[in-house]
Design a binder for this molecule. Structure first.
Ligand SMILES: [Zn+2]
Length: 517
């Protein structure tokens, strides 16, 4: 018993010491900001933590008081029964508006995101110098997307799911509510705010005492090749470019997002992001200019917290200003992307690979407490190359059994219709070449890898089958969800499941002829 107590105390001391050292490091490189931030977390003692769910609800109602153009409601309940709060700001105006979606707190242990989003809300509603933005912007804000997680400062939802891995399989109620509200609103610009962990375990392998990151903010925007190319370009060259400049002008160090992973005993750096299961790519697949912000902060508790919240705020205000000032360019870009998507100009990408490069990575060496560059191997998601493509079909056909998949497609903003009589039509079927189910569980699923070839056949399509025409502007996500080999497909996530023996047909068909069925 005594031993256990001693171990417990000494491990507590280790945590305390490491946080003490951390604070010293942080204050040297990332000195805290000195501004006043009006959100509830800053109105209480540091040891009392962050804004609680109830305080957030009270705060948004307070700042919206007397403003008829602000609507506050819930989009659905979290697993623990908390309404996920939506603040919709749409001031009457004769100008054409850009629809902007802002969300924070999808990961519950990333507090600068929610506090920053609340600070943005405060400025829009209480600071007269920013009121002009409302003339040309129609803004929907989710201040605390993962309310259960946020209240307890844990990353995941109440049942342990990582909500930012759930935007294709849609297994959690929260992601269903969020994606439904997103689809209904149909924003042209969407920003999802997060924080990242600057002390990764892999970083201990570099230098004498390890390294930490040098960047206040990482920018994550999709380079997935199924995201329309115009959306990719304008996101990077307009929104991200301006926000990077705004942060640099405020003495913040910025970079494109990177993480690390272990591969064959070596640490690989991983730049960019392209997974349809996460918001940045998922939203971009709906022809929306979409960015995910990663502010340096996970596990730092309230160290340099004002700086982190201000960084979130500065990035957010930059996005709003860019949307305000470039309405015509944004509308034109999205119209071009919609037209390209509807007329199926771009190929369906089945497999895409990141380029592997050797590069220099800027970091902070913990032994010398100085900035340094290290040589790293990086898989670069900013340079994707298609290694397998298929012609984009005019429609996908799902067998009547696939009702769960159809519901998820609808949540993803895709229109699906049902065949009211049996028909024989020429299709491409997927014939299974091999299928493999992983031995390790990921997000409560044993993932499946499927290889298939397409074979042309005349097929009796039963009454009640589902037709997904691809001539809709939101159809890029369908390629990711229904092409079986995709890493994030419904087959991978077992939304569409079965024995799938070699030679058997999958319950989804491709219809190529450009003519309604
Ligand atoms: Zn996050």
């Amino acid at each position: 018993m005594k031993k256990i107590i001693i171990i417990a105390i000494s491990s507590l001391l280790t945590v305390y010491n490491s946080l003490g050292q951390t604070r010293k490091m942080e204050e040297k490189f990332f000195p805290d900001a000195t501004i006043d931030i009006p959100t509830p977390a800053f109105q209480k003692a540091e040891w009392k933590g962050f804004t609680k769910y109830k305080e957030m609800v009270r705060f948004v109602h307070q700042i919206a008081e007397g403003k008829e153009y602000v609507k506050i409601d819930g989009i659905g309940e979290s697993q623990r029964g908390k309404e996920i709060i939506r603040v919709h700001i749409n001031k009457p105006s004769s100008s054409e508006k850009i629809k902007v979606w802002l969300q924070g707190g999808l990961h519950g242990n990333e507090p600068a995101s929610s506090e920053g989003v609340m600070f943005i809300l405060y400025s829009l509603l209480k600071d007269p110098q920013y009121e002009y933005l409302l003339d040309k912007l129609d803004i929907t804000v989710l201040p605390m997307a993962n309310a259960d997680g946020y209240n307890n400062m844990i990353r995941v939802s109440a049942n342990g799911l990582d909500l930012n891995r759930d935007f294709i399989k849609l297994a959690a109620p929260e992601t269903n509510h969020i994606r439904t509200a997103f689809s209904e609103f149909g924003p042209q610009v969407a920003i999802d705010f997060h924080e990242y962990n600057p002390y990764r375990a892999h970083f201990n392998h570099f230098g004498e005492k390890g390294i930490t990151t040098y960047y206040d903010a990482f920018f994550l925007y999709s380079n997935n090749l199924n995201v329309n190319s115009t959306i990719r370009e304008v996101t990077k060259d307009l929104l991200v470019k301006n926000a990077k400049e705004a942060l640099i002008a405020n003495d913040r160090n910025v970079s494109d997002y990177s993480s690390t992973k272990m591969k064959n005993g070596h640490i690989h750096f991983n730049q960019g992001g392209s997974s349809p299961r996460s918001t940045s790519t998922n939203y971009a697949l709906s022809n929306c200019l979409s960015v995910l912000m990663e502010i340096r902060g996970v596990n730092l508790k309230r160290i340099s917290f004002k700086r982190r919240v201000e960084t979130t705020y500065l990035a957010g205000m930059s996005y709003l200003k860019t949307a305000y000032e470039n309405g015509d360019q944004i509308r034109a870009a999205i119209a071009k992307a919609d037209k390209s998507t509807i007329s199926q100009e771009e190929e369906a990408v089945i497999k895409q690979d990141k380029k592997v490069i050797k590069t220099k990575y800027t970091c902070i060496d913990l032994a010398t407490e100085s900035k340094k560059e290290i040589e790293v191997v990086m898989t670069d998601g900013l340079q994707m190359k298609a290694s397998k493509t298929r012609v984009r079909p005019y429609a996908y056909i799902l067998m009547p059994t696939e009702t769960v998949a159809v519901e998820k497609l609808k949540t993803l903003g895709v229109e699906v219709i049902q065949l009211n009589q049996q028909k024989t039509i020429d299709v491409e079927a997927y014939q299974v070449k091999s299928t493999h189910v992983s031995v390790a569980v990921w997000e409560k699923i044993y993932l499946r890898k499927t290889k298939a070839k397409t074979v042309k056949e005349s097929k009796v399509i039963p009454k009640g089958s589902f037709i997904v025409y691809m001539d809709q502007s939101t159809s890029n996500v369908v390629v990711s969800a229904l092409e079986p080999e995709n890493d994030n497909s419904f087959f991978t996530f077992r939304v569409i499941d079965g024995d799938f023996k070699e030679g058997s047909e999958l319950p989804v068909y491709r219809y190529i002829k450009k003519q309604k069925i």
